[in-house]
Design a binder for this molecule. Structure first.
Ligand code: PA5
Length: 449
């Protein structure tokens, strides 16, 4: 059995009829998604992707990953937003918490670092310190090929590789994931003879983790990409059912919309496993870019418990009542440990001696849910049996589909992101990009005012 969705702790906030009344709208959203009649219809390639992905490219990904693993100590993954968050999320959940720090003998893959997701010279130069004396390969991921952050990083690390290995040898260490025929990166890759992988035209960045965008870094990490894809394929089958009562993915979409209509404007994605930190980042991009538009949308936020119970916990329990929580949980932790006894019992915790930490974590979760629900915060639970590639694949698909359906319920186009252009235009103008002269003058005047 795959994902369990439990909304019993939202029952006192939203009555069954409130979300069940959304059934006809869910039916419409389902039709729009599957018949490709809704807004953003040209970006629905992800819906059937787990079934129809390009098997030949998939094999090339596997081979490239084997090559990288054999000739590199380090893989640098250069990309931002949808071009990195999915891979980072999956690597963190399926990999070792300290995978880059493990001794080589205990590691099944190269160290993997993500770069090009900020414009920080500090971050980049610190990364360069780590690379000293190591063999490296680069996977640059950018659909447009011109995104500022990864483009700046690629300039730097391409130079670094060429200095280290010479231009010809460096070419064998550069892997490009980009549009199949257009864009600056594709042109460069063709000219230089870099190996390329495709970001399909009909799949937007935030829906692209199961394409080469996510799969090459995931394959390099040694995670089981067959199981990941199988989990997504099975979820696709499972969440195809139009009936709201039979489909937990649609129930999640419906309930969060019902809560939103009652003033619950912020959804906190919560986990009790630090390995899920980047899964929450991926989820925030997915829902934030898909729903936050036209003056509407649930604000997607995240918290990591129990750490954040010692900080945000106060607000969640007692602050403005515009929140609901969605906990992503794993029934069986991959590893468990027992709490140690202490002869002096200085902290008074000897009553926990011998108890599994997984059990303590579970009680922290149960206690938190009870407290937060009593404090006016509805709670949803999405639970996978184990943090395996198969279940993570299913979870990714669950959220992708819920997001598409939820966006249609909200009445937005869940597959565009016009809002991300505004800052870029201003940044280019302020940096003096040719063609932005008028805007530059106007913005500089505003900065002076
Ligand atoms: O979801 C999106 O479309 C964005 O987050 C993009 O993935 C991000 O801006 C990176 O774009 P690109 O792949 O063109 O470099």
């Amino acid at each position: 059995q795959a994902i369990r969705f439990d909304y019993s702790n939202a029952r006192t906030f939203v009555k069954p009829h409130e979300w069940e009344q959304l059934a006809p709208a869910i039916g419409q959203a389902h039709e729009m998604l599957h018949k490709r009649t809704g807004p953003g219809r040209d970006y629905l390639g992800w819906v059937d992707w787990p079934e129809r992905y390009d098997r030949a490219e998939y094999e090339r990904i596997r081979q490239a990953a084997a090559r990288i693993s054999s000739d590199s100590d380090v893989l640098l993954v250069i990309g931002i937003g949808g071009s990195y968050l999915g891979a980072k999320a999956v690597l963190d959940i399926l990999g070792h918490s300290f995978y880059n720090l493990l001794p080589k003998s205990k590691r099944r893959s190269p160290e993997i670092y993500f770069v090009g997701n900020n414009i920080s010279p500090v971050y980049i130069s610190h990364l360069m310190d780590v690379l000293e004396g190591k063999d490296a390969s680069i996977n640059v991921i950018s659909k447009s090929g011109t995104t500022t952050e990864p483009a700046i990083a690629f300039r730097l690390f391409r130079n670094w590789l060429e200095k280290k290995y010479g231009r010809e040898k460096a070419k064998e260490r550069i892997y490009i994931t980009t549009d199949k025929s257009r864009g600056a990166l594709k042109k460069l890759a063709d000219e230089e003879g870099y190996e390329t992988f495709v970001i399909p035209d009909d799949i937007g960045g935030r829906y692209s983790v199961l394409t080469a965008v996510g799969l090459l870094p995931i394959a390099v990490s040694g995670a089981d990409m067959d199981a990941l894809m199988q989990g997504a394929a099975d979820a696709r089958e499972q969440y195809m059912v139009m009936d709201l009562h039979e489909n937990p993915c649609y129930q999640y979409a419906a309930i969060r919309n019902a809560l939103y209509r009652k003033g619950k404007m912020v959804e906190l994605l919560v986990s009790y496993e630090p390995q899920f930190r980047f899964f929450a980042e991926w989820w925030k991009q997915l829902f934030g870019e898909s729903e936050g538009k036209d003056g509407k949308g649930i604000f997607p936020a995240s918290a990591e418990f129990s750490a954040d119970l010692h900080s945000l916990g106060q607000y969640i329990q007692d602050g403005m009542r515009h929140l609901f929580e969605t906990t992503v949980s794993v029934t069986k932790p991959a590893i468990d440990m027992t709490v140690q006894g202490d002869p002096d019992d200085v902290d008074g915790l000897n009553f926990l001696t011998g108890k599994h930490m997984g059990f303590v974590n579970k009680k922290a979760f149960e206690g938190t849910v009870l407290a937060h629900v009593a404090g006016g915060v509805p709670n949803l639970l999405i639970e996978i049996p184990e943090a395996t590639a198969y279940h993570v694949g299913g979870l990714i698909y669950f959220f992708e589909k819920a997001c598409g359906i939820s966006g249609y319920l909200l009445g937005v186009n869940p597959f565009d992101q016009p809002g991300v252009e505004a800052y870029k235009a201003n940044m280019f103008a302020l940096l003096g990009k040719p063609g932005y002269e008028e805007q530059k003058a106007e913005l500089e005047a505003r900065l002076r005012d």
